[in-house]
Design a protein around this ligand. Structure first.
Ligand SMILES: *[C@@H]1O[C@H](CO)[C@@H](O)[C@H](O)[C@H]1NC(C)=O
Ligand SMILES: *[C@@H]1O[C@H](CO)[C@@H](O)[C@H](O)[C@H]1NC(C)=O
Ligand SMILES: *[C@@H]1O[C@H](CO)[C@@H](O)[C@H](O)[C@H]1NC(C)=O
Ligand SMILES: *[C@@H]1O[C@H](CO)[C@@H](O)[C@H](O)[C@H]1NC(C)=O
Ligand SMILES: *[C@@H]1O[C@H](CO)[C@@H](O)[C@H](O)[C@H]1NC(C)=O
Ligand SMILES: *[C@@H]1O[C@H](CO)[C@@H](O)[C@H](O)[C@H]1NC(C)=O
Ligand SMILES: *[C@@H]1O[C@H](CO)[C@@H](O)[C@H](O)[C@H]1NC(C)=O
Length: 439
């Protein structure tokens, strides 16, 4: 009797031990997810990592804030027992807005199947696009408590596009594709939010260092950075705008842009408004030209020629008033200064502040020295803004250097963006997320 009870007890604990990890995995619903975001020193691209396929393989991807979806090189090293092409006229094709139907005239393999719908993966760095099969496979990422990564979670039917290896040209070494976070139904934030039923919100926090990871979150805050600062608090909010004309390299007529536009109404330097052509600041709704977008594939902010001229002239004048003297241009940076008379502060070199004024005078994105200036040598620092020429499609493209050490949150449900301005003022940085897992 005693021995059979003992036997029963042993058996039940054994069963519990065996079954609990899987059942817990199934019933566990994460509130948010976290991925690391590295800065590639040679291309200045930001890269992230997820695990994909069966068995899972870690893949590195260029982070593309305005990108339409995840695209991956399926031509090289794609091995997975769970790869499924999207069949023509399936719900997956309609979610992706892919109405076409295609065949592939070679041996079937990932990226080459008959009776599948296709989309147009876009290398937004080189502005190259190709056709690619829409497909599904397993994607795994870490959930988060808000302060640390927690257990890994899996989406078994994550939609993405297959691309040929050649589309990787121009991207950071070692990446397998691009992770699009733009505003479509199959972008990463949308698919994660619907898989785990959390808010359609996500946030990026780009590190200024090529040796310390920044972070991106899917879902709502807290977004805690050491020493215990929740960067989701005290954000300033501004509405997101939809550009009705696609800004992708290739698109169908009638497609809206998947990129994130905000309404910059004025630019101030040292608190003084710069005279700008207001037409350029708004989006022309028939051509899609003009306006302001946020981009992680542009390393520096790009300004349309007349805006560039006006803003840099004001900056040079205000700098001269601080005895900061201009020196010759360096590379793409037209406006450079001697570091003499430039003091270092917690917010970077002390130079005139640049404000992007939004929906009203009291709502502005203030850019301090750490985000405006780039040291090109010990003696020279340059304004990290570049001239986009007279025919710029988008008048202001807020680029990576200006986003670093700022938390930027996108709320897709109510179409607004929250920004923290520099976290340096709050004694933390985007490389201060504690990546020690507490799973
Ligand atoms: C697609 O169908 C065509 C015609 O039946 C066939 O020749 C081809 O091998 C098929 N391709 C794949 C990838 O199955
Ligand atoms: C969870 O995911 C991370 C990052 O992809 C990986 O390093 C780790 O090995 C995974 N852990 C488990 C238990 O699979
Ligand atoms: C302002 O920009 C628009 C659009 O490029 C242009 O048509 C117009 O001539 C510009 N106005 C001035 C005063 O330069
Ligand atoms: C908007 O674009 C259309 C088409 O290119 C052009 O005809 C129109 O003049 C533009 N509107 C403004 C205000 O520049
Ligand atoms: C700039 O330099 C001039 C002459 O050396 C000096 O008089 C002035 O006080 C300086 N201004 C500032 C803001 O440091
Ligand atoms: C400016 O906009 C913010 C956010 O939309 C709003 O809370 C605030 O009341 C506005 N301020 C003024 C002076 O209109
Ligand atoms: C990071 O998180 C781990 C796990 O909670 C903790 O043990 C460690 O002390 C944290 N690191 C810092 C620097 O706070």
């Amino acid at each position: 009797m005693a021995s059979s009870l003992q036997h029963y007890f042993l058996l039940s604990t054994l069963l519990l031990f065996i079954t609990s990890p899987t059942s817990a995995q199934q019933s566990f619903r994460p509130k948010a997810l976290v991925v690391p975001v590295a800065k590639d020193a040679s291309t200045l691209q930001y890269t992230t990592r997820v695990a994909q396929r069966t068995p899972l393989v870690p893949i590195s991807l260029v982070l593309d804030l305005g990108g339409q979806f995840l695209w991956v090189d399926c031509e090289k090293n794609y091995v997975s027992s769970t790869y499924r092409p999207a069949r023509c006229r399936s719900s997956q094709c309609s979610l992706a807005g892919a109405s076409g139907c295609g065949d592939c005239f070679s041996a079937p393999k990932p990226g080459c199947n008959n009776n599948t719908c296709g989309v147009i993966p876009d290398n937004t760095v080189t502005h190259t696009a190709t056709g690619g099969e829409l497909a599904q496979d397993v994607v795994s990422v870490q959930s988060t408590t808000g302060s640390n990564p927690s257990r890994n979670v899996t989406v078994s039917n994550f939609l993405f596009a297959c691309a040929p290896t050649s589309l990787l040209r121009g991207l950071a070494a070692g990446v397998a594709g691009m992770a699009g976070l733009g505003r479509t139904k199959i972008t990463l934030p949308s698919q994660f939010a619907s898989a785990f039923s959390f808010d359609r919100k996500f946030a990026i926090c780009l590190s200024s260092s090529a040796t310390a990871n920044g972070v991106a979150f899917f879902g709502d805050g807290p977004y805690s950075l050491l020493p215990g600062i929740d960067a989701s608090q005290s954000l300033t909010y501004t509405p997101l705008f939809i550009n009705p004309v696609s800004t992708a390299s290739a698109f169908s007529q009638g497609d809206a842009s998947s990129e994130y536009f905000i309404g910059v109404k004025a630019v101030k330097v040292n608190g003084k408004a710069v005279a700008l052509n207001a037409t350029l600041l708004s989006i022309n709704r028939s051509s899609g030209v003009g306006g302001t977008k946020i981009s992680t594939v542009n390393p520096y902010t790009v300004l349309e020629a007349s805006i560039f001229k006006a803003v840099t002239e004001a900056f040079v004048t205000e700098s001269a008033a601080r005895n900061i003297s201009r020196v010759a241009a360096v590379g793409n940076f037209e406006v450079c200064f001697s570091t003499e008379n430039v003091f270092s502060t917690r917010l970077g070199p002390s130079v005139p502040e640049i404000d992007l004024v939004l929906q009203n005078e009291s709502t502005y994105w203030r850019i301090f020295g750490a985000n405006s200036m780039v040291y090109v040598s010990d003696d020279v620092l340059c304004l990290g803004f570049v001239n986009g020429g007279e025919n710029a499609r988008t008048s202001i493209v807020i680029g990576g250097h200006q986003l670093e050490d700022n938390l930027v949150q996108f709320d897709l449900a109510i179409s607004r963006v929250g920004f923290s301005s520099t976290l340096l003022g709050r004694q933390t940085t985007c490389s201060n997320f504690n990546f020690t897992s507490v799973a």
